[in-house]
Design a protein around this ligand. Sequence first.
Ligand code: SAH
Length: 484
Amino acid sequence: MNTNQSKHRYNHYNQSNHRRPTHSDHQQTDVKVTLGQRFPLTIKRLGINGEGIGYFKRKLVFVKGALPDEVIVAEVTGIKPSFLTAKIHRLKTPSKDRVKPRDAYAAEVGGFELEHLAYPAQLAFKRDIMLQSLEKFQPKGFRNFQLKPTIGMDDPYGYRNKAQFQVRRDADGHVITGLYKERSHDLVDLKTCSVQMPATMHVMRGVVALMEELDVSTYDEKRGTGLVRTVVVRVAEGTGEVQVVFVTAKAPFPQEAEMVDRLSTEFPEIVSIMQNINNDKTSLIWGEKTKLLAGKPQIREVLNGLQFNLSARAFLQLNPYQTVRLYDEALKALALSDNETVIDAYSGVGTIGLSIAHAAKEVRGMDVIADAVDDANENARINHIDNVHYETGTAETIIPKWLNEGFEPDALIVDPPRTGLDDGLINAILTAKPKKFVYISCNPSTLARDLVKLTEQYHVNYIQSVDMMPQTARCEAVVKFTRA
Ligand code: SAH
């Protein structure tokens, strides 16, 4: 795991890493097919990335944008040994669940994979993907457990608290900000975005207008020249405070004073303006150095009645409305009783550990991002919580260290990034065997992989999926274990 990335990467929308047919799909038939060929196709189900799946002469076909039960004329766009990719040439029979996407660019920019699917069907999809993933890794049939219906949002739009947009100039020299078209570096200018909170887009468009007016240099990816690469706008839903980060290719920012002055007067909600310097030719967003341009270095969020200071680099769940529900589920699954010791692994700024501290004897946690750990310890102080302690380091080194020192946790909660749990950590968990164990997963594929080993010692009691990212194909779930 590259620690320069948060759980939900800047291009978190792309999930192309596991477009993998399921075990039952590997019928390698010698189908004669050519690029551009068209044929009628009935869509059977949705795959892990939200694409429609059908069969052409028993060969698996992935069709982006197609929905279950639809009959289409497919046009072949790619030929691989075990599957084809195709696009919709003509939609003959639309699904009853097909809706018009709110964002005109939804079909070409990653992160809107399900915007053409009615929300109840999105929720069913997320539960089904969990099932598909588990089956793939448990071909002999997974042991009995309950997979609960996905907890969704009442209003599945306007939830994202952070916009992390690339900045470039278009052919006419205008500043554009947004996201790349899928599998490309073609930037699509996002003037509106239905899943972003209005506050992030309002500030982002303001920043763009000022960059244009003040003639701020923008990064040129091909030449590696120019200044501003990315603008990050994050809003704390509980307080309304906004932080703006300019990620620049070099330190000197000629219009800094004017930019800071104009942003502060025109957007009183902006309480923090930062600059992060990244002069590497890389697709990673963040550089190592972050400096304060104006205001304070953190914004203040409120979750479950607790205050959380957030540094620019620190991870926070992107959907504050569902975060509270996700944590409630995790805490319910953990069912702590007083006097128990807890490990909050992959802690970010300590949101989970601090939320349970009142019900525990002691909480220890760790994160690999030092700024997040500093925030977590500071957050304990500002909430007057003194039975919590966070350390910087990886879960796979810190947890074994604590165990060696004789710390015996009663309960463990892990909330890893998409890569899931490290093997060494799984072994440590299986050796220590805490009596209570909860896994929050944001990737059904790695969860399913990790469950193969974890279920040697633990039973999966239930899996509760929670929709943290409506309109995307992303799935998040809380897994409650009991000791075998
Ligand atoms: N529990 C937090 C954060 C979850 S995101 C919350 O709900 O907000 C996952 C976190 O894991 C990120 O903060 C990331 O910095 C951290 N991380 C990534 N790899 C890690 C590792 N190997 N060990 C510990 N933390 C890690």
